[in-house]
Design a protein around this ligand. Structure first.
Ligand SMILES: [Zn+2]
Length: 237
């Protein structure tokens, strides 16, 4: 058993680096034990091999200061939310015992992303059932939050990642097979500078919503509780 404080579940290696890597780094700085579980190894990708992607994910994990990273090797680009996938993921969640799970936002362009969201939620539920599996202890995460960088929705909250933004970018650039300058597949993939500008613009936009330089947005389905209305963040006027 691992007992993570926060686990990000994502469809592809490099998704976490683009959507919640800054928040994970900040939580690691607070002393929390963080982890990332990638569901596929990008085997349908034009560039690189799954083995390369997984080796790059390990390098990225060090930039993100993750305490744990794993890959379930589900099929890329055709991720299915079926009973076998749900069971495999649920048993993994019982092993890792995260208090908080970060999932991709439940709508998006790439089917793997919204499937990962639904699969992740249902696996979190199953993980809490005593009789699911006789070899592992039940565990249901306390909180599920959704990383919404790529969804055009108003976030429930934004995490200030101004101090983490550069390291998060370095983590993303660890995926040299995807983002390094090379001939194969060029034209399909934006160059490194373009990616930096695009991710910088997204993080600046969300940072601006809370009056900081860079931010990562999240959506929660439950209402947020406030205990001290005198010390709330983000200025109104
Ligand atoms: Zn992805």
């Amino acid at each position: 058993m691992v007992n993570l404080d926060v686990l990000a579940i994502a469809a592809h290696p490099d998704d976490v680096e683009q959507t919640c890597g800054g928040a994970l780094m900040r939580m690691a700085a607070h002393g929390y034990r963080t982890g990332a579980l990638d569901l596929t190894a990008g085997d349908m990708g034009t560039r690189g091999t799954p083995e390369q992607r997984m080796a790059e994910a390990e390098v990225a994990a060090r930039h993100l200061r993750l305490g744990w990273r794993g890959n379930l090797r589900f099929p890329d680009a055709r991720l299915q939310n079926d009973i076998a996938a749900r069971m495999t993921l649920a048993v993994k969640i019982r092993e890792l015992r995260p208090r908080v799970v970060i999932l991709p936002y439940w709508e998006g362009r790439h089917p793997d992303h919204y499937r990962a969201s639904e699969l992740g939620y249902e696996a979190c539920f199953l993980a809490g059932l005593k009789k699911l599996d006789e070899y592992s202890e039940p565990h249901r995460p306390y909180k599920v939050i959704y990383a919404s960088s790529y969804a055009n929705v108003t976030p429930s909250f934004v995490v200030d990642i101004s101090a983490q933004f550069d390291a998060r970018m370095a983590a993303l650039m660890s995926y040299q097979s995807q983002y390094g300058a090379q001939a194969g597949g060029s034209g399909l993939f934006p160059e490194e500078q373009e990616i930096r500008e695009r991710l910088g613009a997204v993080a600046r936009f969300y940072g601006n919503l809370i009056g900081v330089k860079y931010g990562e947005p999240f959506v929660v389905k439950e209402t947020m509780q406030v205990d001290d209305i005198v010390n709330m963040g983000v200025r109104s006027i």
